[in-house]
Design a protein around this ligand. Structure first.
Ligand SMILES: NC(=O)c1ccc[n+]([C@@H]2O[C@H](COP(=O)([O-])OP(=O)(O)OC[C@H]3O[C@@H](n4cnc5c(N)ncnc54)[C@H](O)[C@@H]3O)[C@@H](O)[C@H]2O)c1
Length: 257
């Protein structure tokens, strides 16, 4: 899919990867880019700077996701590309609270389901539409915090399910699974984890946005800004026991404080 002349919504668009994607989409000639974020001021500032349209949205609320889509469609027409990108890291291991699991589940997974529930039927009717799900390498490799790894796995599965179920009806799906990207989310991580991610080739959000645009043009399901993720993922299915041993060593270093 070419970005030119498309109507695009980016959730979590006020910061980091979402912001870089929105900027890049505007430069690629999108007809309209809607920047949705919980941080309404941030969304407004970015939108003003790049010529996009801001909407304050809590994607954990289905009503707000529906309102976002309705607002965008009323102003700009049918949504061609929905980037479900807002995401959070809440809680760490077994001590993560129910509230942290619940919030991770809502923001990292259900927000994607809410958008698909409301957009997919209309995309099928038109015979076209595109979803970009921002998951994470953690959604393929289970590293780092438990609520994050588990919910990111769930969103990879949901994206696969959407592609399997609606791919032949015109709905295209991509799933973005980066490792370390230099954003406020990563900068708030514990130092050992940040260092580990930097050692694993931290990328800028702008470089990720470049890879995203290319992946969308090629209509590839897995968009992997760090290509080595594909090797780790293949290693996992080729020899699961060996992969688990390797990941234990990785985890021990990455999560020490
Ligand atoms: N930074 C990384 O290393 C990395 C790696 C892999 C995947 N990711 C994923 O990329 C996505 C973007 O993360 P980022 O690194 O750009 O982080 P970020 O913190 O810079 O941006 C996330 C944005 O999402 C918004 N947001 C949070 N909760 C929201 C909610 N309930 N409703 C609407 N907006 C909400 C925040 O206000 C923020 O603007 C996330 O899904 C994250 O899990 C990040």
């Amino acid at each position: 899919m070419e970005i030119n002349d498309k109507v695009i919504i980016v959730t979590g668009g006020a910061s980091g990867i979402g912001r870089a994607m929105a900027e890049r989409f505007v430069r690629e000639g999108a007809r309209a880019v809607v920047i949705s974020d919980l941080n309404g001021d941030g969304a407004r500032q970015v939108a003003e700077k790049i010529g996009a349209y801001p909407v304050q949205t809590d994607v954990a609320s289905e009503a707000q996701v529906v309102a976002l889509i309705r607002d965008a469609e009323a102003r700009f027409g049918p949504v061609d590309l929905f980037c479900a990108n807002a995401g959070i890291g809440a809680g760490e291991g077994l001590d993560a609270s129910d509230a942290e699991w619940e919030l991770s589940w809502k923001v990292n997974v259900m927000a994607h389901v809410y958008a698909a529930r409301h957009l997919v039927p209309r995309m099928v009717e038109r015979g076209q539409g595109y979803f970009l799900h921002t998951a994470s390498a953690a959604g393929l490799l289970s590293q780092f915090e438990a609520p994050y790894a588990v919910t990111k796995h769930a969103v990879v599965a949901f994206a696969e399910w959407l592609s399997i179920t609606y791919g032949d009806k015109g709905v295209r799906v991509s799933c973005l699974c980066p490792m370390g990207v230099d954003t406020p989310m990563l900068r708030s991580a514990p130092p050992a984890k940040r260092e580990r991610m930097a050692a694993d080739r931290m990328m800028s959000p702008e470089a990720v946005a470049d890879v995203v645009v290319q992946g969308l043009q090629e209509e590839r399901f897995l968009i992997l800004p760090h290509p080595e993720v594909l090797d780790f993922w293949r290693g996992r299915s080729a020899d699961h026991e060996r992969w688990l041993r390797g990941m234990r060593r990785f985890h021990a270093v990455a999560m020490e404080n």
